[in-house]
Each structure stands twice: as C-alpha cells, then as structure tokens.
Ligand binder design. Structure first.
Ligand code: HEM
Length: 538
C-alpha cells in the first residue's frame, strides 16, 4: 500500500471507530451468578462477552403458559411416514441444501464457544472481563492450541488428531470419526475436540471431522508451494500459517456462501458495499446500523437467544447419511444404530457422504437415494423430534421450542414488532402472523398467533417473529425458497459482518488475500470446494 493509501485507510478506520463508540455506563447486576448465555445483562449498555443490540427497547412481557401453548403449536405432529424418494417433501426448502443447517450449527458453536480455562471462569463467573470475544476463529477446532491442549494434535504438533476410519461413503474412503477417549466398560467414547458440542449429532460431528481434515490438508499443501519449503523446518510457523489459512478459507465461506444462502445476497452487498465495487473495507466502509460496540464486538443476545436460532426450523426429522446404508436415519431414536444422536463412537458404516447434503456433484439426480437432500423451510414449525429432545440434550425441558421461547423471556428480549419498528421495517400485521408449516397443505389453515393467546397482539416473541417473517415469503408454491426476512436477515448479517470487521485478524483486513487458487473451482470457493479438498487429506 502506498503511503497516501495507507494514510487514507487509517483515517477511514479511525472515523469508523469513532462512529461505533457508545457511552459507557456503570454496570450493576444483582441477580444470581450465572455465566454465558444464562447471564442476563441488566444494564442497557452492558458490554462483555454478551451484550444487547437494541439497548433502548423494553423487554417484552409474556405469560409463561402462553409461551408453552405457542411452543406446542410450533412443534409439528409426528411427520408422515417417509415419502417415496421420488415425491417432493413439501416441507423442503428447495433453494437450501440440508448441509447448510449443520454448517449453521457449526458456526453457532464457533461463535458462542469460549475456550478460557475453567479456573479463569471461576475467578470471573459473569464473564465480565478478560473473556474472548466471539470470532470466526475455529477455536472449536483448535481449542487453545497445540501447546495448551496437545491431546487434540498429532505428535508433530501441527496436524490435528483424527479418529478411526468410517465406511459407507463411496466418494471418500478416508472419512474419519472424531478422535475419542477409550471409555470404561459400558461408558461412552467422548470426542477429544475443541468444543464438545460439535459431537452433539452425527452430522455436525462429521463436519467437525471435515474441518480437522481441512486444516491437515492445508498443512500438507503449504510447503509444496514455491518459496514455502522452509515451513517444513519450522513446525511452529507451519502450524500458525496453516491455522491462519484454514480460518480465512472458513471465513470466506461464512461470508460468501453461508450468509447469502440463508439471508440473501442483497443484504450482504448492502452491508459490505465493497463486494460489488471490487474494492475493500477501507475504501468502501461496511454499513452497520444496529450492531455497534465500544472496544470489541460482543455476542448480542438478540442474535444468540432469538435470531440465529432460526436454524432449528431447518432441521429434518430423518436423513439419508450415505447410500451404502439403505435406510434413512432418524435424528433421535432409541435404537442407536438408527439414530443420529452423537456423544458416542459412530457406528462403523455411518460415514457422512456430503454429496447428499451439499451440491458436490454436477450429475446429482433430482430424486432418488442419491439426490441432494434439502433443508426444511425456515418457518414457524419445528419437526416433532425437536419437541421431545433426548435427555442428554434437553435435560428437564424436552421441547426445543419451549426452551427457545422461555430463554427469550428470561433474557428480556424485546418483541419482534418493537425491533421491526426500531429498524424502520414495516411491522407484520397480527392477521398475517400464523403458526405452522409453510406448505401448500397447511399455510392457509395455520392458526393465527393471536388465537393462541390474545396477549400476543402486537407482541410476538422475537424468535417466533423472525421465523414468521421468513414465512411471509411463502407464496403458495412449495418450490419457493424461503430465506430469512428483513429483520432476521439484517440481525444475522450485521452480527456476522460486525464480528468479521471487528476482528483485525479476519481476512477482511487483508484485502489482497484470496482463497488458494488450487482450492477454488470456477473462480469461487464454497463449502463444497472445501469438502472436495479434504477428500485428499490423510
Ligand atoms: C439437531 C439440531 C439441533 C439441536 C438438537 C439443537 C439444540 C439446541 C439446544 C438444546 C439449545 C439450548 C437451548 C436453550 O436451552 O436455550 C440450542 C441453542 C442454540 N442453537 Fe441449536 N440445535 C440444533 C441445531 C441448530 C442450528 C441448525 C442452529 C443455527 C443454524 C442452532 C442455533 C442455536 C443457537 C444460536 C443457540 C443458542 C446459542 C448457544 O448457546 O449455542 N441450533 N440448540
């Protein structure tokens, strides 16, 4: 960068920093000493690991019984018997492949994971100071690094540890389970990974394994490049460079693939005008209106307790995991062989074939056992198994819908309508707020929210509202793709962009960086390209 360009960049950066400054207030909290997401910041200007995006909006008030009733209405009845593969399942979101659901869950875990040591947590149970800010940094993969958590790494301290080989995926014979401990007799083989939540179900667990292998692939690739052979003589440097590259490739996918898929390209371009202009964030600054921070970006509870939980409505009840196993597997079943529940060594033949989850093959048939499965629609309906989570996940409250709604109340979230008004987005009238599936069969007859309780009049829980808002895009045609609407899309996009912009180590701060050419296909780099590259990893 020339001196002049660098001066201009600094000026822009300073101006952006000034604009994002908010006034500090004294923080007072006298409630129980909880931490993380359970911690409810009382001050409207609290900034710590968690904070608020809409600080001036009052918390919405709800009757707990109303929320329980709404939760029951949002969980579908037991799904009809699996439809023949040739018939389109009307809950499928035709424009969003099923893999994006779990990529979304993986991203959630990356953002909300805090690898700080438990000792440190004991010293600061409210996570007020000294805690890492949320970043797209793959700490769910790297943990605290090879020095601090050597058991996540191979002996060279550079490659990540993998588990045993799994069979069943005809496209990738090297698929691996996660590395696991050897349990005592009858115990469960727990995954040895940066974030235990990434073993919660078979699909996210295999995505974690794919990311481990992607890092290893980058480690093997880098020294083969001209001028980089010296990295072989310096394992520390090789690890650091591979980690940086793996993170940036992942961030690239988050911004250029995942976000446009779930929120639409338009909102991404609006927030990041440099994308269309072919410039960078220093020349064309990001346009964040609602996500502001003082020192470092935080995790807004409107995002974690409401908006980003949209993914729960995308979960299917049953998946085909690979074509070698002829059956389709339920997300939760008491028969462990026919269940996608995690926290256990995977059955040998349960390798996930990603070509059934993402657009990996140009010749994938539109129907039949080899088709790409679609996610379910973003609507106000959750599949029936999510209404009765297994004990290991749901603990005392087995309905995920109820958990989300009660969590929103406890967190003091504002109503969907007040957020929409604040954002100057037209409020959806009560008569258009319905509860149930966005399908040709159900949509017209879905009950209104206010018929569940009149107290929901102009007062909808934020998580519900964001789903109902997405559902407004349903035009009576089962083929129409449903993405997040203006409120949900804006919150999610602002948080993603804000976290990337606020992280001075992200690829956005290195405008000349591009994904490794050898990893791209047709000039782009998307999740399927990352997966294809890992297939060559040892
Ligand atoms: C089978 C799939 C999934 C299951 C069983 C599941 C289950 C859960 C459970 C039990 C919670 C804690 C709820 C509470 O007590 O507040 C939770 C939180 C959350 N989930 Fe999911 N989830 C799934 C998929 C997803 C997906 C696909 C997304 C987003 C794309 C997502 C986003 C979130 C977020 C943002 C939170 C709160 C933040 C956190 O603490 O991690 N989940 N999920």
């Amino acid at each position: 960068m020339s001196q002049k360009a660098s001066k201009k960049a600094n000026k822009n950066r300073n101006a952006a920093e000034k604009r994002s400054v908010v006034h500090p207030h004294v923080f007072r909290y006298h409630g129980p000493r909880l931490r993380g997401i359970d911690f409810h910041p009382g001050s409207t200007s609290f900034e710590g690991r968690f904070g608020r995006m809409f600080r001036t909006l009052p918390p919405a008030e709800f009757d707990v019984d109303d929320l329980k009733k709404l939760a029951r209405a949002m969980v579908a009845e037991r799904e009809r018997e699996p439809t023949p593969e040739t018939k389109v399942d009307d809950e499928e979101n035709q424009g969003i492949s099923a893999g994006y659901t779990y990529l979304g869950q993986f991203i959630d875990h990356d953002l909300t994971f805090d690898p700080a040591s438990s000792l440190q947590k004991e010293n600061d149970p409210d996570a007020l100071v000294d805690f890492r800010t949320p970043r797209f940094d793959l700490d769910c993969i790297y943990g605290r690094g090879p020095d601090d958590q050597p058991y996540l790494y191979q002996d060279d301290g550079v490659h990540l540890l993998l588990g045993r080989r799994l069979t069943g995926n005809p496209h990738d014979s090297r698929t691996r389970d996660l590395p696991r401990n050897t349990p005592r007799r009858g115990g469960r083989a727990r995954a040895l990974i940066g974030d235990p939540r990434n073993d919660e179900n078979v699909i996210v667990s295999q995505l974690q394994s794919t990311m481990l292998r992607f890092h290893n692939r980058v480690v093997d690739f880098l020294p083969t490049q001209r001028g980089s052979r010296h990295l072989l003589r310096d394992p520390g440097k090789l690890f650091a460079e591979a980690q940086r590259q793996a993170r940036w490739h992942y961030q690239w996918i988050v911004l250029n693939d995942f976000l446009p898929t779930i929120a639409g390209q338009e909102i991404v371009n609006r927030l990041l005008p440099h994308l269309e202009r072919g410039t960078n964030i220093f020349e064309d600054e990001p346009q964040l209106k609602f996500f502001r921070w003082k020192v470092e970006p935080f995790m807004p509870i409107e995002f974690s307790a409401a908006a980003y939980r949209f993914g729960h409505s995308m979960v299917r009840p049953i998946y085909r995991v690979n074509t070698t196993r002829r059956d389709r597997i339920e997300i939760f079943s008491t028969n462990e062989n026919n269940s996608l529940t995690g926290f256990r060594a995977l059955p040998d033949n349960l390798a996930v074939d990603w070509s059934l989850f993402f657009d990996l093959r140009a010749d994938a048939p539109p129907s039949g056992p080899e088709r790409v499965q679609k996610s379910y629609k973003i609507d106000t309906s959750l599949v029936s198994p999510l209404g009765r989570l297994p004990k290991v996940i749901g603990h005392d409250v087995p309905s995920l819908a109820e958990r989300n709604l009660i969590r929103g109340l406890r967190m003091g979230l504002p109503s969907g309508q007040s957020v929409a008004r604040y954002m100057h987005i037209p409020v959806i009238p009560d008569e258009k707020l319905q509860v149930g599936k966005a399908t040709e069969d159900d949509n017209a007859d879905n009950p209104r929210l206010t018929s569940i309780s009149p107290r929901f009049k102009d007062n909808a829980p934020l998580w519900y509202y964001i789903l109902a808002e997405a559902q407004q895009a349903f035009d009576g045609n089962n083929e129409t793709t449903i993405r997040l609407g203006p409120v949900g899309g804006r919150i999610v996009a602002e948080v993603f962009v804000g976290l990337l912009v606020g992280d001075h180590h992200s690829f956005l701060h290195h405008p000349s960086w591009q994904p490794i050419e050898d990893f791209m296909s047709g000039g782009k780099f998307a999740i399927e390209d990352l997966i294809k590259k890992t297939m060559k990893a040892r």
